[in-house]
Unconditional design. Structure first.
Length: 293
């Protein structure tokens, strides 16, 4: 199929883009990298009256490290994240996850802001934002606000963005020295949507976890921070405690069954990811009894 007819406007500034969005409301769609929007247009899953192209707004690109945080412009491409020395040094979790986003052609055009605003529950980067405790910077015509990642994602393809707002940047606190990360996803083929995935950030002192954030994806209608992580912090982690955490995890996740995997299979894989994450961040291979490659 081909896209339904629409008008097109190229924004010349953030203010211009916001004026266009305010004028057209629900009839407008923002075009950044276009890697999710263009297929939706061609399948007529999206039928906007006008596309507002923000792709040439250079002020929305770039990566800076200052004041104990990393700020990433919303139009920063996946390939820019992969090539950034700053991201590799201070946010290796984000770099590792970005390398798993689709295929090189998509990563060369797709943007981090477009990915997050699309809010695909099977996407890697929204879960990373949860694990990294990111804040998303949102602009309107007469306001700017900051929303935590946990509040930003509100359902399948649904976010806290209003129709007249733009996601302009992502702010991520610098992990403290000694922080470790874990990322893995199960997919049938490289580049396919994940069946289940986990992005995690952790710190351990004397063999005990002092911090653990588990961001799961492809397990519900949005990325999810696992509450089961809290039972593992501040105590000696044993295989019995891991088994109990897996049971709790299975009850809090709400994955769907589809042609790729059943809900039961996704819960099982989520449990394996928990085991392997703990084995990695604690250097405890004995915790990964169900280890799978």
């Amino acid at each position: 199929m081909k896209a339904a007819a629409f008008s097109y406007a190229r924004a010349t500034s953030i203010a211009d883009a916001l004026q266009l969005l305010a004028r057209h409301g629900d009839d407008a769609k923002v075009l950044s990298g276009g890697q999710s929007l263009m297929p939706a247009l061609n399948l007529r899953l999206a039928r906007p009256a006008i596309l507002v192209d923000i792709g040439r707004l250079s002020e929305l690109r770039g990566i800076t490290v200052a004041n104990d945080k990393v700020t990433i412009g919303a139009l920063t491409r996946h390939v820019d994240l992969l090539g950034s020395r700053e991201i590799a040094n201070v946010l290796p979790l984000l770099r590792e996850a970005t390398a798993q986003v689709a295929h090189p052609a998509i990563r060369n055009r797709g943007t981090i802001g477009g990915n997050l605003a699309h809010a695909d529950p099977a996407s890697e980067l929204p879960a990373c934002m949860l694990a990294l405790d990111a804040t998303l910077v949102i602009r309107g015509l007469d306001h700017e606000r900051r929303v935590t990642a946990n509040d930003f994602f509100q359902g399948i393809y649904a976010t806290a963005l209003a129709v007249d707002e733009l996601l302009t940047a992502i702010e991520i606190p610098l992990p403290v020295p000694g922080t470790r990360h874990f990322f893995h996803e199960y997919a049938r083929r490289s580049g396919d949507y994940a069946l289940v995935g986990l992005a995690a950030l952790a710190r351990a002192d004397n063999g005990r976890l002092s911090h653990l954030r588990l961001g799961y994806f492809a397990v519900g209608d949005r990325p999810q921070l696992a509450r089961a992580a809290t039972r593992l912090v501040g105590i000696e982690v044993t295989p019995e405690l891991v088994a109990a955490a897996k049971v709790e995890l299975a009850t809090e996740l709400d994955p769907a069954s589809d042609q790729q995997a059943t809900a039961a299979m996704r819960r099982h894989l989520a449990g394996l990811l928990l085991e392997n994450c703990l084995a990695t961040v604690l250097d405890r291979p004995d915790l990964a009894r169900g280890q799978s490659s």
